[in-house]
Design a protein around this ligand. Structure first.
Ligand code: HEC
Ligand code: HEC
Ligand code: HEC
Ligand code: HEC
Ligand code: HEC
Ligand code: HEC
Ligand code: HEC
Ligand code: HEC
Ligand code: HEC
Ligand code: HEC
Length: 309
């Protein structure tokens, strides 16, 4: 301990004089030495640094010089008072009492280019911060995108991907949707919540809605068109005009149990020819009749305006 104190005092004299010790005002040598100081008291924060993506912050020669991987001050801000005070917090940014804005801005300083719209996302609007989902020091064991570990209390939870486990912690009901017989195979790891949702983006883009849901078309390429004859149904709501994307009791994950019921939610009046299908008209075919037996290209057609072939 005595040695540490001596080292701290010497380095402080060397480093700071009277200037502020934040990342912007320190040159690289000073940063190296500052980080060495952090190590004296926070050794645990340096463990497994090599696997951490933030080690990319540090140049190779820096790592060689110091044996440390992380640029602590890049995230923890102005550390001068904290070091001078021998452990009193000072102005160090601790990601605890700061405003959500300040926390997000600290990360966005470097990540704005890839997450420009975060502030408009449902998650930011609900007061979440980057650190609600990511943790530099306490992430899940797989360390995928530094995600926090979610609870695995849902049935079969231990087989869910890290991403899905994280989401499950706050959206239990959505995970339950994947218990329907007809569902995307989330529990088998074929996809996860982030296959369709981007937790950083506003609803209008790949998250939800949007014209014909780009996320769906990434995998279901044949449904995306463009078709000569588009089915206008998906113009506004996209695929979810007809499908419950998590899962549903219907064989094709339709939002209604029977195809006819679904079609009638938008097509109140079908031509006389179809009268038998209407719930009030005399029955010619049963309501259970599959409209798609004839209108087989229901997602759009290049040959037939009525989607008959
Ligand atoms: C002389 C020992 C010492 C040095 C050097 C030191 N710290 Fe600390 N640090 C502490 C102690 C002790 C605490 C706990 C203070 C408390 O909880 O009141 C702490 C707490 C913190 C916290 C938590 C703040 C919070 O709001 O809870 C952060 C972040 C931190 N240190 C970062 C750093 C960084 C980055 C460096 C290097 C620039 C550094 N520390 C150098 C002793 C030190
Ligand atoms: C990418 C940003 C980032 C980097 C780089 C980073 N930290 Fe942190 N640190 C955080 C966040 C965010 C928290 C808040 C706790 C959490 O989210 O797990 C935190 C919390 C802490 C704490 C207090 C919490 C505790 O577990 O006691 C200490 C101490 C700390 N960091 C030290 C360091 C040191 C030392 C380094 C350099 C090796 C470092 N940090 C590098 C983001 C970072
Ligand atoms: C000083 C710049 C800087 C700051 C501040 C910073 N990062 Fe990073 N971050 C990087 C770099 C550089 C990488 C590694 C290269 C890359 O993948 O873009 C990275 C990687 C990541 C990754 C992993 C990407 C992957 O592909 O696995 C996540 C997640 C991340 N940062 C989140 C955060 C969070 C959350 C914060 C705030 C607590 C933060 N970062 C603060 C620069 C920064
Ligand atoms: C609601 C949870 C959540 C929040 C809030 C969140 N992230 Fe993420 N982030 C994730 C998930 C999940 C992934 C993994 C995405 C994947 O697998 O496609 C991820 C991935 C990343 C990556 C890796 C590159 C990428 O986009 O795939 C970076 C960098 C990142 N996040 C930074 C941030 C920053 C910066 C913030 C705050 C502005 C933030 N995240 C807020 C959940 C979140
Ligand atoms: C820390 C808790 C938390 C985590 C983790 C989290 N969310 Fe959220 N999420 C929220 C909150 C709060 C809202 C705001 C709306 C609400 O209350 O449902 C929200 C909203 C959403 C919405 C919009 C819902 C709507 O009704 O418009 C989607 C979609 C969503 N989250 C998906 C995800 C996905 C996917 C993940 C995992 C990558 C995730 N969330 C992780 C808390 C969380
Ligand atoms: C196959 C793509 C897909 C996957 C995988 C997926 N979602 Fe969704 N999710 C959607 C679509 C599309 C909607 C919009 C439903 C609507 O508007 O009717 C949605 C809606 C939501 C909503 C808003 C509330 C609701 O149910 O309408 C939340 C919250 C949500 N998803 C969370 C999750 C979580 C958590 C996971 C992982 C367990 C997940 N989603 C996996 C496509 C998906
Ligand atoms: C990551 C790839 C992926 C994404 C993204 C995706 N799906 Fe799927 N989807 C699949 C796979 C694979 C199947 C095969 C069924 C299974 O997994 O058991 C499937 C099955 C389906 C089925 C049932 C097919 C049948 O057998 O009747 C429907 C409907 C469907 N997806 C709609 C959607 C919608 C709507 C979206 C967007 C909200 C979407 N999918 C996003 C991969 C994806
Ligand atoms: C107008 C309603 C409607 C819309 C909008 C719609 N679908 Fe469908 N979809 C259906 C019906 C009905 C079926 C069942 C077809 C059958 O009975 O043969 C189906 C079946 C499917 C299937 C499984 C059968 C197959 O052909 O592979 C997939 C996958 C699918 N839809 C994906 C999508 C995607 C992706 C979107 C958005 C681009 C979308 N659907 C938009 C009504 C719709
Ligand atoms: C979400 C609403 C919606 C649903 C559900 C829906 N459609 Fe449509 N459909 C439309 C709209 C809007 C048009 C364009 C109508 C127009 O131009 O007058 C259309 C056009 C059509 C056309 C072309 C003939 C025409 O009037 O232009 C056929 C055939 C058709 N739909 C059959 C079906 C069948 C079969 C189903 C059930 C599988 C179905 N639709 C479900 C909204 C829907
Ligand atoms: C036995 C085959 C068959 C079935 C089953 C069928 N249709 Fe049709 N549908 C047709 C044919 C053929 C036409 C074109 C009729 C014409 O040219 O007058 C048509 C035309 C339509 C049109 C276009 C009407 C217009 O204004 O031009 C709509 C909408 C439609 N069907 C909806 C449905 C719905 C909804 C169902 C299920 C309840 C259904 N169809 C079931 C064969 C069928």
């Amino acid at each position: 301990m005595f040695k540490v104190v001596i080292a701290v005092v010497l380095l402080l004299m060397l480093l700071f004089g009277n200037q502020a010790g934040n990342a912007q005002t320190l040159d690289r040598d000073q940063l190296v030495q500052t980080t060495t100081l952090c190590r004296a008291c926070h050794r645990d924060k340096f463990e497994s640094g090599e696997a951490n993506p933030h080690s990319a912050l540090d140049l190779p020669e820096w790592q060689q010089d110091t044996g440390v991987m992380l640029s602590c001050v890049g995230c923890h801000g102005d550390v001068t008072e904290h070091i001078r005070g021998g452990g009193s917090l000072g102005t160090v940014l601790g990601f605890r009492s700061e405003s959500t804005q300040e926390i997000n801005d600290t990360c966005l300083n470097c990540h704005r280019a890839t997450h420009p719209d975060f502030q408009r996302s449902e998650h930011a609007l609900a007061g979440l911060t980057c650190t609600s989902c990511h943790s530099q020091h306490a992430h899940a064991s797989g360390a995928e995108a530094l995600l926090r570990a979610g609870p695995v209390t849902v049935p079969g939870g231990d087989r869910l991907s890290e991403v899905t486990q994280l989401c499950a912690g706050c959206h239990t009901e959505s995970v339950t949707d994947f218990a329907f017989n007809e569902r995307h195979r989330l529990r088998e790891g074929v996809l996860d919540c982030a296959s369709c949702h981007d937790p950083h983006s506003p609803q209008s883009r790949t998250l939800l809605g949007g014209f014909k849901q780009e996320a769906c078309i990434d995998c279901h390429t044949d449904k995306g068109g463009p078709f000569v004859f588009e089915h206008q149904a998906s113009r506004i709501e996209g695929c979810t005009a007809c499908h419950s994307a998590h899962g549903s009791p219907n064989r094709h994950m339709l939002s209604h149990q029977r195809v006819g019921e679904l079609c009638f939610t938008c097509h109140a009046a079908v031509p006389q020819f179809h009268s038998g299908f209407s719930p009030v008209a005399p029955v010619r075919f049963g309501l259970d009749t599959q409209c798609t037996n004839c209108h087989s290209t229901i997602h759009g057609s290049n040959f037939d305006p009525l989607f008959l072939k």
